[in-house]
Design a protein. Structure first.
Length: 195
C-alpha cells in the first residue's frame, strides 16, 4: 500500500530534508542578517510566486518583531509588495528586470540582498543578484533543487537539496522564523549580560 499523497508521506520527506540540512550554512546566513541589522544596513528580499510570499513574510516578521523585542530598528524591505511598481517595470521594460530596476533606485553599499528561488534559475532573481554583487552589496541566495544559477552566483547560499518545490519552500519559511527568534533574543541576552 502506497503512502504517496498522505500527510505521513509528506512529513517523512520533510523530516528527511531537515535531517540533511547544512545547519552551519544556515547559522552563517543568520549571522549575516544579524550583522546587516546591527550595522543599520537595509535587508532587501525578493522572489517569485510562493517565494515572493516568503520574501514578504520575512520582512513582515523581522520589521515588526525584531524592533518590538529589541528597540533596534530593522531596516527591512521587500521588492514584491508594490504591485503598481512591479507592473510598471514589467510593462515598460521587462518582467526579467522588475527586481533589478528597483535595486538601482534603493541599493546602498553594504546592504544585504536576500534572493529566494526554489529552482535557483528565475531570470529576474539572477539579474538582481548579479547587479547587487557588482554594486558592493552582500548577497544571500535561498534555493532548492540543484541550486541552479543562484547557488553559485550569490555570495552565500542556503541550499535545500530536495527536488520538491513545496518542501524547499517550507524550509525557506522556517529559516525566516529561525532568524526572527535569533534576533529577537538579542534583548534578553543583553539583559543577562548587564545583570
Amino acid at each position: 500500500m502506497t503512502t504517496q499523497g498522505t500527510t505521513a508521506h509528506y512529513l517523512q520527506k520533510l523530516n528527511e530534508t531537515l535531517s540533511a540540512l547544512d545547519c552551519d550554512a544556515m547559522d552563517k546566513a543568520i549571522s549575516m542578517i544579524e550583522t546587516a541589522w546591527r550595522s543599520g544596513k537595509q535587508v532587501i528580499t525578493l522572489g517569485n510566486g510562493g517565494s515572493s510570499m516568503t520574501a514578504l513574510h520575512f520582512i513582515t516578521d523581522w520589521n515588526k518583531s525584531v524592533f518590538l523585542n529589541t528597540n533596534i530598528p530593522f531596516r527591512g524591505r521587500t521588492l514584491v509588495d508594490n504591485m503598481g511598481l512591479i507592473m510598471a517595470y514589467g510593462n515598460d521594460i521587462s518582467f526579467a528586470d522588475i527586481f533589478v530596476e528597483q535595486l538601482k533606485n534603493i541599493l546602498q553599499p553594504g546592504d544585504l540582498v536576500i534572493a529566494i528561488s526554489g529552482s535557483g534559475n528565475s531570470e529576474n532573481v539572477i539579474r538582481a543578484v548579479d547587479y547587487a554583487n557588482k554594486n558592493e552589496a552582500v548577497t544571500l541566495g535561498l534555493c532548492g533543487f540543484s541550486g541552479g544559477k543562484l547557488k553559485d552566483l550569490a555570495q552565500h547560499s542556503v541550499w535545500v537539496n530536495v527536488h520538491d518545490m513545496q518542501i524547499a519552500e517550507d524550509v525557506h519559511a522556517m529559516f525566516g522564523h529561525i532568524v526572527m527568534q535569533k534576533l529577537c533574543s538579542y534583548k534578553s541576552e543583553n539583559n543577562r549580560n548587564v545583570a
